[in-house]
Design a protein around this ligand. Sequence first.
Ligand code: NAD
Length: 494
Amino acid sequence: MSWTKDGGLDPRIAETTRGIFIGGDWRETRGEHAIDVVDPSTGGTVAALTAAGGGEVDAAVAAARRAFDDGGWGRTGGAERARLILRLADIIETHADELALLEAIDGGKPLRMARMVDVGGSIERLRYAAGAATRMNGEAIRPVSAPNALAYTIHEPVGVAGLIVAWNFPLMMAVSKMSDALAAGCTVVVKPSENTSLSTLRLAELAREAGFPDGVINVVTGLGGVVGQALAEHPGVDKISFTGSTAVGKRLIAASAGNLKRLTLELGGKSPAFVFADADMDVAITGVFRNIYYNSGQVCAAGSRVYAHRSVYDRLVAGLVAKAEALRVGPALAEGTEMGPLVSQAHFDRVANYADGARAAGATVLTGGSRIDRPGFFMQPTILADTDAAMAVRREEIFGPVLCVTPFDDDDLEALAREANATEYGLSAYIYTTNLNTAHRMARLIRAGLVRINAGALDMAVPFGGYKQSGWGRENGTPGWQAYTELKSVVVPL
Ligand code: NAD
């Protein structure tokens, strides 16, 4: 529990360890049930959090239910919901440095990146969602068999939404789900990852400051198999939005069947990148590199398999190796750190085992491949060649800084796509070419929810989600808020 030099809790962390947030108040339920908060940059324990149980989930759902059924959050005007969401964005902005620090300590994110991407992105995401609250329009329809009748659709909030979040972008994912849910008129129970709950707890307090009515936002910390499972099974929850692994996603389908909850699942990926002979190689090297090493490879859409035309393969590999060896890997709070540690000891061991296994199976390690010998959970940026499609590193999601590079010889796009599509996942793909025709033909052939051509970036206005076992539904853009609504059709003869 010691983080400051004198052995006390840093006051900024202490703010987040008050318990769980239910019905607008903090509940102290600690005792023997606690979760250690570990700083991945040191491996040391910095705080302890409540590990809630089913009773706390019941209380949180009851509070959210009351706020929805009796409190009328869903009937509050869109302009008022937007006002509160915008107010929360402003408050987060004034607490940006503090939230970035929590994200850096808790998840090992380089501080500058946490400030810019995680906190900056969360502020923008709230402002984007606030717009949706004021534009939840359906459509007017002219019925075809009774042309004089009037028909129209309206979007109504689905009810209480359980939001279960992974650890790789804790604040941003909680905010992303919450902002669309609140904009749509749902009340929420947020379950952050047990690895990274601090920023979400702080968010709850900031939401209280923003003036959201009691019970509209609730946060319950705890273990996935206890709190997450209880939320998914709870008859008082109408919708689950989940970001996490495919294995847990499948469990949620079963758990939520009792009352046929609506489900959004944002799951894992094994996304391919293609570098064609005519690619702008500076764009390709920068893009491939960023898309695997950003956030230490702990990104669902990480481009972890790259296929490069033989004529540019050596240049690509040389560029990637040079960048990997120059990358400054270090503690999240150290000045100049470009890549931080992996999130936990267990995850670190898992990622390192993939690299060890590939080496043992005959892969060539072009750079990296090892644990970095220092306290904390640091892995070298790793590039593997001579892997084959049957190896675990080519098939399974590693969720770490490990890239497989493979050359291809001819431009048979169908064959290339067939090989890239031969995985259970379908989240994202990256295409580097200056030929428009190649780019768009390849984009069509790839079975994935998001295709990025050259420097195309993720954007909150662009729907995001997976084909196949990468998930159900879409977040962001119009489908993002619509996922928190039911569509009602009204028909009247005139
Ligand atoms: P995880 O599936 O282990 O956990 C995710 C969340 O689910 C956590 O809050 C956890 O406590 C909870 N959980 C665990 N077991 C549960 C259960 N039985 N019932 C209900 N909830 C349960 O995933 P993780 O290790 O936190 O995150 C990494 C995974 O998330 C990777 O597979 C990654 O690809 C995926 N991810 C996907 C996206 C996306 O948008 N598609 C984004 C980020 C991460």
